[in-house]
Design a binder for this molecule. Structure first.
Ligand code: COA
Length: 299
């Protein structure tokens, strides 16, 4: 559900064509919706045909030119087919959003190598595969394009900025996605005029991620640690995607925007705010009164 009016003009994405993996639900679908509401044509790619079809139909009912393609980002032939079908359908490709991801809570000692690899394959290898298949179309001079390249937007997380419990697989996979974002921004920005950026959401309400990763009984506790004391919305992420995808973001390349209300910066507060003033003044006074002289050392 849309949180509030978009602050962007409704034509900021006019004429652009976007392909979104994982676009049939959650954050990907909200980005597709907002891109479409602001003038873009959108292609959705996902593994579940019924989900993708229903999502594309919902967008079309809003008047948004939308099409869905079934496919798994782990299969290069699916990636190629979705990219080619998008270009065939809409004549060009301007934006690739890599939103497809897999995750589950598991302690590192209970995670099998295949479980680790499965998430790496979806998130990291899948993102790289999609980028490679999109390159011929999204680079400057690609089909239907002029002299400017398009945009790749990788959806990441903030888990790996520090360390996260029971997320070793997703942390590693998204760290690799962030590395891809920066390296491709350098290489493909230079060689092909493509901007490559990332968005790193924190906990976002009404998503599979939140229901799978933040069990309801600890959701309240988690909120107590957050600087803004609330989970984000899909709309928050979609607005950032619009900013990066519109001309407002034309000089932004290789940036990864954390959108988590400051959560990844949070630390437990050991000292109440009222106590800190008193303590600090007392300590300061003591240190000024302490005898001064030549420092001594046992060495
Ligand atoms: N805990 C521990 N291991 C798990 C697991 C869990 N909850 N879920 C899957 N695995 C392991 C499996 O045991 C298997 O490893 P093994 O062969 O050593 O036993 C491996 O992961 C692959 O599982 P499988 O079910 O065959 O994979 P899949 O390709 O059908 O599904 C997932 C991929 C597991 C990532 C699935 O959760 C998924 O499709 N997720 C997509 C949606 C999603 O997670 N969104 C969240 C975004 S934040």
């Amino acid at each position: 559900m849309e949180e509030c009016e978009s602050p962007f003009k409704e034509n900021v994405m006019q004429g652009k064509v976007a392909l979104l993996t994982g676009g049939g639900s959650g954050i990907g679908f909200e980005i597709a919706t907002q891109f479409g509401k602001h003038g873009a044509s959108v292609a959705l790619m996902g593994r579940r045909n019924n989900v993708i079809d229903a999502a594309a139909a919902a967008l079309r009912s809003l008047g948004i030119p939308a099409v869905g393609f079934e496919g798994d980002v782990r299969k290069q032939e699916d990636a190629r087919r979705a990219v080619e079908a998008t270009v065939k359908h809409f004549g060009r490709l301007d934006i690739l959003v890599n939103g497809a991801a897999g995750n589950f809570l598991v302690s590192a000692e209970d995670l099998s190598p295949n479980g680790f690899k499965t998430v790496m394959d979806i998130d990291s290898v899948g993102t790289f595969t999609m980028c490679g298949e999109a390159l011929p179309y999204i680079k400057k001079g690609g089909a239907g394009r002029g002299t400017s390249g398009g945009l790749i937007l990788n959806i990441s997380v903030t888990l790996h900025y520090t360390a996260s419990w029971y997320q070793v697989h997703a942390s590693a996979a998204k760290a690799a996605v962030d590395a891809l974002t920066r390296s491709l921004a350098l290489e493909w920005g230079t060689d092909h005029g493509i901007r490559v950026n990332g968005i790193a959401p924190g906990p976002i309400g009404d998503t599979t991620g939140l229901s799978k990763l933040v069990p309801q009984n600890i959701e309240g506790k988690a909120k107590d640690l957050m600087p803004l004391y609330k989970v984000g919305t899909k709309w928050d992420i979609a607005m950032a995607a619009l900013y990066l995808a519109s001309d407002a973001g034309k000089y932004i390349n290789g940036s990864i925007l954390p959108i988590d209300g400051g959560l990844w910066l949070s630390k437990p507060r050991y000292l109440p705010k009222d106590a800190v003033k008193q303590l600090s003044r007392t300590l300061e006074k003591k240190s000024r009164e302490a005898a001064t002289g030549v420092p001594t050392s046992k060495l």
